[in-house]
Design a protein around this ligand. Structure first.
Ligand code: GLU
Length: 297
């Protein structure tokens, strides 16, 4: 696979309007891609239909247009990719790298130790699920070994999925495929070379790299952007982070995102979002992001 062309992406879940935190991810991934003369794709991660807010995918896309965050190619919808995810799950099952699990959440809570990411699945169904229970999830077999991720901003991140996460779900009890699986399948399928997203997903990355290793896929570069914090350096509350941005006043929101990301601001208010991008793309500096997490809005 050729790595000559940079391909980045923004992958929002349609669970509501575009908010400040997601606009940071959109702008960061867009600027990094355009600065490298790369492509920038948009993928709607609408796997979990129970969490989807009807109409929000269309709303997110029209906000991106209002912000002049113009994407390349067609928008991909994960809800239309079920067959491909199912094939990969079958492949992992056939290779004994995954297994059906019939444990309820309650059973897991009762038996599991709590790790940094929640209960560590104790491997109950590894040697066969309990008979007589019709529904099951599918879990991936993890191994007791460190996975290292060299993040372009955060440096080396290390996690042992075997001891810190446990065998994790790749297809849920209700039949939906899990984010960790779909993101790996789609990043590879879309030939993404650089994943730029919020630092809340850093701890998911080793699971994704582990899956890439099992599936023989190339690992993209990762850059996890600082999470939005308030003036006193505290992580923005969910309420603030989730406050929708106003696509009717795009410049205001975009300038706050650039300020948050510690990027230079134009000396005069640009005429349009397009003009702002023309100014900002050549000036994008990932080194400046280092001070962003402690700087506030
Ligand atoms: N869909 C995820 C979210 O909205 C982002 C996934 C990713 O960038 O890998 O939080």
């Amino acid at each position: 696979m050729s790595r000559t062309t940079y391909r980045g992406r923004f992958a929002p879940s349609p669970t509501g309007k575009l908010h400040f935190g997601s606009l940071v991810a959109a702008v960061g991934s867009f600027l990094d891609a355009r600065h490298h003369q790369g492509e920038w794709l948009v993928r709607i991660e609408d796997l979990d239909r129970t969490r989807e807010v009807p109409g929000s995918a269309a709303e997110i896309l029209s906000s991106l247009e209002a912000f002049a965050l113009h994407w390349d190619g067609e928008v991909i919808y994960q809800s239309r990719r079920t067959e491909r995810y199912a094939e990969v799950v079958e492949q992992l099952l056939a290779a004994d790298l995954a297994y059906p699990c019939s444990c309820s959440r309650k059973e897991i809570r009762e038996r599991a130790q709590i790790g940094p990411e929640g209960p560590i699945y104790p491997g109950t169904c590894r040697s066969g699920k309990k008979p007589g229970i019709a529904t099951n999830s599918i879990r991936l077999v993890t191994q007791d070994r460190d996975i290292l991720v060299e993040d372009r901003l955060q440096g080396m991140f290390r996690q042992n999925p075997g001891t810190e996460i446990g065998d994790f779900v790749i297809r849920r009890m209700d039949g939906y495929h899990a984010y960790q699986l779909a993101v790996v399948v789609d990043d590879a399928w879309q030939k993404i070379t650089d994943v730029v997203r919020g630092a809340d997903l850093l701890s998911s990355t080793p699971r994704q790299c582990y899956l890439q290793q099992l599936l023989g896929l190339e690992q993209p570069n990762y850059l996890h952007l600082p999470l939005a914090v308030d003036q006193s350096g505290r992580k923005l509350s969910k309420q603030d982070r989730d406050r929708p941005v106003e696509p009717k006043d795009p410049l205001n929101s975009l300038l706050s995102v650039l300020a948050f990301l510690q990027q230079p601001l134009p000396p005069e208010q640009p005429e349009s979002p397009e003009a702002l991008w023309q100014w900002a793309i050549p000036r994008w500096r990932t080194e400046s992001l280092r001070s962003a997490s402690s700087s506030g809005l």
